[in-house]
Design a protein around this ligand. Structure first.
Ligand SMILES: [Zn+2]
Length: 292
């Protein structure tokens, strides 16, 4: 089973315990109480890392506690990447750009939250750019936080990593590593939420759903939820964006966590087919536009 391991730099967290997307989001929520000036997000795939960075930006700028509300102006603008206190640099960023932006970082953010600067391919920073950035990290920058995304921390300048809090996403790094059966079931589940059809005939087959498959569906839904939180550009069909409103997406997040817990109860997990049916029926009433 795919798990997310959250590591503090140099100190591997206990591994082996099943963990889901919820755990990373939980860590980010705790971290947001006292945000580190620099956060490195490694592991997973590029899309997941960027999704986590946008979630972080929302946490630091949404007035809601622990979970972004997804509906306030800040959350919506971050999802659309038009938020004033969000800078996202892609690809190889030149040293001149880093130097020019130091003036911005020297200023407090324009809103009441944090200015979040994301380097989405920090591994592509050359030594000059990385050193210029390091200088910025060495100076206090009130209200400014940095997020460096990279496949592995080893691909970043070591001094940048040592000045950062590191979280590792052990998500599948390519679509090919996702469990095709779980993906197929997840597509059917999303189809059911859209149309009200094509689900219960699957789960009513005796022995048709085992625990690994159910956990795979939950994990796949969690991945798609993070994409949906990032707005339409990050979503991939069949996606969740537009299917549920902000309240529905929050409800889904909670239900996925509960489903995962039910499947992990030892020594006797809840029947996996029942858990998936509970998820299917429970979210069907939260479709956007319906009273929820
Ligand atoms: Zn918000």
């Amino acid at each position: 089973m795919d798990t997310i391991e959250v590591l503090n730099h140099g100190h591997p967290a206990a591994t082996g315990a099943p963990a889901g997307q919820g755990r990373l989001l939980e860590r980010l929520a705790v971290l947001s109480q006292s945000p580190p000036q620099s956060l490195v997000l490694e592991g997973g795939d590029a899309e997941s890392r960027l999704a986590a960075a946008m979630h972080w930006a929302m946490l630091l700028n949404c007035g809601a506690q622990r979970r972004p509300c997804l509906s306030c102006r800040s959350c919506r603008q971050i999802a659309d990447r038009v938020f004033r206190d969000l800078l996202v640099f892609e690809g190889a960023v030149g040293v001149d750009t880093v130097r020019e932006t130091r003036g911005v970082w020297g200023q407090p953010p324009s809103g009441p939250g944090c200015r979040v600067t994301v380097f989405s391919q920090a591994q592509d920073l050359n030594a000059h750019s990385a050193n210029a950035l390091l200088k910025s990290l060495e100076e206090p920058r009130p209200g400014n936080v940095f997020v460096l995304l990279a496949p592995q921390r080893e691909r970043l300048l070591e001094t940048l990593v040592s000045r950062s809090f590191v979280l590792t996403l052990a998500w599948p790094d390519s679509a090919g590593r996702e469990d095709p059966e779980a993906e197929d079931w997840t597509s059917a589940l999303i189809g059911f939420w859209r149309t009200g059809q094509g689900w219960f005939e699957r789960t009513s087959v005796k022995g048709g759903v085992d625990r690994d498959l159910a956990l795979g569906v939950v994990l796949s839904c969690q991945r798609r939820l993070v994409r949906a939180l990032c707005g339409p550009a990050a979503d991939q069909p069949p996606g969740l964006y537009g299917l549920f409103d902000a309240r529905g997406l929050r409800r889904l997040d909670l239900m996925l966590t509960e489903a995962q817990e039910a499947l992990n109860i030892q020594p006797s997990p809840v029947n996996p087919a029942l858990v998936l049916d509970w998820l299917a029926a429970g979210m069907a009433v939260h479709r956007a536009g319906r009273p929820g």
